[in-house]
Ligand binder design. Structure first.
Ligand code: ATP
Ligand code: MG
Length: 244
């Protein structure tokens, strides 16, 4: 059944995540539509990665709800979420270093698409510009190539919602442009994306809308052009810049 394009693919509602007494997510609510790229921005430690970790099943929420295609999925294990169509990349990728690039993607495809046809591994590698590197081990890749491999691994599972965590960090301007185009292509094909990024130029280029987090709370929702004029957002970012 094709997803209903008029309804949110992902809806999170008053999401709470605590680590001991520390509240990393303090009632965060937002949605992502099919084919939409939502940016998730905020200073270091504001809860962006934690949000992805909860949505992708790495952490169980302590409160609130995660709904995917209308179904409550909060707290489900990662592999079940991958099978439902949620996958993510990691801020610090951890590929299987001794395996080849191709094997890394094959493992992800086998794990993530048990009921579907085989992924076209070569096409996925080409789409992230790793064609020609399929026989190299992941250990031989540089950090940008490892990020692209992480993206390839996620794509091999056929996600409907893809969460990307600081994929753009460390890329040069040409690589940034290519990745931005690739993400837009994925969204044009109907995939929903949640993009965490510090590089505002990249966020501006790829997102339809942004959520700004500060200390585990949402302080802004809307387009980036308005976010940069919002006094609370400006204060949070200037404050962070002064501290950093
Ligand atoms: N597993 C954990 N155990 C304890 N505290 C954690 C854990 N994961 C995250 N935190 C804390 O939760 C807060 C939010 O962290 P998170 O990694 O989500 O921030 P972020 O917005 O992704 O930051 P950055 O931009 O630096 O990646 C931080 O204070 C962090 O130290
Ligand atoms: Mg992070």
């Amino acid at each position: 059944m094709s997803p209903d394009l008029a309804k949110p693919l992902l809806q999170i509602d008053r999401l709470v995540k605590r680590f001991g007494g520390f509240v990393a997510l303090d009632g965060v609510s937002f949605h992502v539509m099919p084919g939409e790229i939502l940016g998730l921005v905020g200073p270091n430690g504001s809860g962006k990665t934690t949000c992805i970790n909860v949505i992708s099943g790495l952490y169980k929420p302590n409160g609130g709800e995660v709904r995917f295609q209308g179904r409550s999925v909060g707290g489900l294990a990662s592999h079940r979420l991958v099978h439902l169509g949620i996958n993510r990349t990691f801020q610090v990728p951890k590929p299987f270093l001794p395996l080849t690039v191709r094997e890394n993607v094959e493992v992800a495809a086998a794990y993530g698409r048990p009921a579907e046809g085989p992924s076209d591994i070569e096409a996925i590698l080409a789409s992230v510009e790793l064609d020609g590197l399929g026989n190299k081990t992941a250990a031989e890749l540089n950090s940008v190539q490892q990020k692209m491999l992480d993206l390839a691994r996620a794509l091999a599972t056929g996600p409907r919602l893809l969460c990307v965590d600081e994929l753009a960090a460390g890329l040069n301007p040409v690589e940034l442009d290519r990745v931005a185009i690739r993400l837009r292509d994925l969204a044009r094909g109907g995939m929903a994306l949640l993009v965490v990024e510090h590089l505002m130029g990249f966020i501006d280029q790829v997102t339809d809308r942004v959520i700004v987090l500060n200390a585990g709370r949402e302080i802004f929702e809307g387009v980036l052009a308005e976010a940069v004029r919002d006094p609370q957002v400006v204060e949070v970012f200037l404050g962070a810049a002064h501290v950093g």
